[in-house]
Design a protein around this ligand. Structure first.
Ligand code: HEM
Length: 411
């Protein structure tokens, strides 16, 4: 790419490898006004320092009512459920004080302790899924592994009974396969999920258990108030935010490892020695290197402001490009290199500020369990197709592979 010509964004080539275009933007147009595939104009913020500041800037609202053209943007953000007003009052669409209240409530139920107690179940799910294909010597790691693992994990955590979890798998599959595509199927799936969640919340009120939904209801009964709609929206955002992201963390992460066999070998040696420190830094580095969330979710200027020397008008949308910020050479040494042992890795893959990912402990648990188990059970796992044939799922916010064919010697 020439150093002077602006890159064309949102093409097929861009989806395959957006990093050269992001390097150009960071250098030549770090706060860049782009027309998105939906036709909406937005500012893309690509430098690390600007990105970090923007993520924590209270003048940038998460509430779409602040968009200068709300009617135009509605239904075009790539987030399923956006046409269902009652599912939209979730954490990623609200500001303080409502955000503070809801985040405090859910934090009481979604504790690191609850996640830690969940570790044996994540390991069991991981092993079951690998058992399903280990004998074949080949698999599509997205379809056979990365896709089912998080949906069953989140369903368990929320308290969706096992016999209903395949329905969730189907609805969620429809939402991500067609995200931004045919609206009918997505809308139907969102509606079914919404109906199911309302009923589940009702049942948990009558008959609480040890799950997260019961925990939410309990927390709200102790002083702070959570409406029925807010509870459904909360369950929905936990599913939505924790599902495709985790698929992509496992998918993009394994893909990066398989393309960097020296790094993969280092990790396998560490795991064999029973040393889990490299596993921990590895998952953080994979998030930085090719994270699941390419752009943070939408923000809107509530008043005129400046970011990175660029004037932003009131009502204009701002998209923080996490994938670009996390490759900024002003913040990360040799940013295009995958270095599993990287230190001082303050990446923005989970966001920053008050909307920092609530599910980060669960995501870390799932990714560490998945990678460690795949790499110790399938020692010679490798890509089964030329990386040039890899296909990435379109969509604005998430970055992930459609399929990840691998082969290995059956254990
Ligand atoms: C927020 C990334 C997994 C639940 C966020 C944000 C990012 C992110 C970047 C901030 C978005 C913004 O500021 O616009 C990730 C990544 C994951 C992951 C890379 C990797 C697997 C999960 C999981 C859950 C979850 C497993 C829950 C089960 C949430 C919630 C928010 C959030 C509820 C909104 C928090 C708020 O607005 O206060 N996540 N996430 N995430 N994430 Fe995650």
């Amino acid at each position: 790419m020439s150093s002077t010509a602006a890159p064309t964004l949102f093409t097929w080539e861009f989806a395959t490898d957006p990093y050269p275009a992001y390097a150009w933007l960071r250098e030549h147009a770090p706060v860049h006004r782009a027309t998105l595939p939906s036709g909406v104009d937005a500012w893309l913020v690509t430098r690390y320092e600007d990105a970090r500041q923007a993520l924590a800037d209270p003048r940038l609202s998460k509430n779409p009512v602040h968009h200068a053209e709300p009617a135009h943007a509605r239904g075009k953000t790539g987030i399923p459920g956006e046409r269902n007003a009652d599912l939209m009052t979730h954490l990623l669409n609200i500001d303080p004080p409502d955000h503070t209240r809801l985040r405090r409530l859910v934090s009481k139920a979604f504790t690191p302790r609850r996640v830690a107690l969940f570790a044996p179940r994540v390991q069991e799910l991981t092993d079951q899924l690998i058992d399903g294909f280990a004998g074949k010597g080949e698999a599509d790691l997205i379809h056979d592994f990365a896709f089912p693992l998080p949906i069953y994990a989140i369903c368990d955590l929320l308290g969706v009974p096992r016999e209903d979890q395949d329905d969730f798998r189907d609805w969620a599959g429809m939402m991500i396969r067609h995200g931004g595509g045919p609206r009918g199927g997505v809308a139907r799936s969102v509606k079914k999920m919404r109906g199911y969640l309302a009923e589940l919340i009702h049942r948990k009120r009558e008959n609480p258990g040890e799950d997260l939904i019961s925990g939410l209801i309990r927390a709200s009964d102790h002083g702070e108030h959570l409406t029925e709609n807010e509870a459904a929206a909360m369950a929905f955002i936990l599913l939505f935010a924790g599902f495709e992201t985790t698929i992509n963390l496992i998918g993009n992460g394994m893909y990066a490892l398989l393309r960097n066999p020296d790094q993969k070998a280092l990790l396998q040696q560490a795991l064999e020695r029973g040393d889990s420190r490299l596993l921990e830094t590895a998952v953080e580095e994979l998030l930085r290197y090719d994270g699941p969330v390419e752009l943070a979710t939408w923000r809107y200027a509530t008043r005129p402001l400046r970011i990175g020397g660029q004037d932003i008008g009131q009502g204009e949308p701002v998209l923080v490009v996490l994938a670009a910020a996390d490759r900024d050479p002003d913040r990360f040494a040799d940013p295009d290199r995958l270095d599993l042992g990287r230190r001082d890795n303050q990446h923005l893959g989970y966001g920053h500020g008050i909307h920092y990912c609530l599910g980060a402990p669960l995501a870390r648990l799932e990714a560490q369990t998945a990678l460690a188990t795949l790499l110790t059970r399938l020692l010679d796992i490798r890509l089964a197709q030329d990386p040039a044939d890899s296909r990435w799922r379109g969509g604005l916010i998430m970055r992930g592979l459609r399929t990840l064919p691998v082969c290995f010697t059956p254990p």
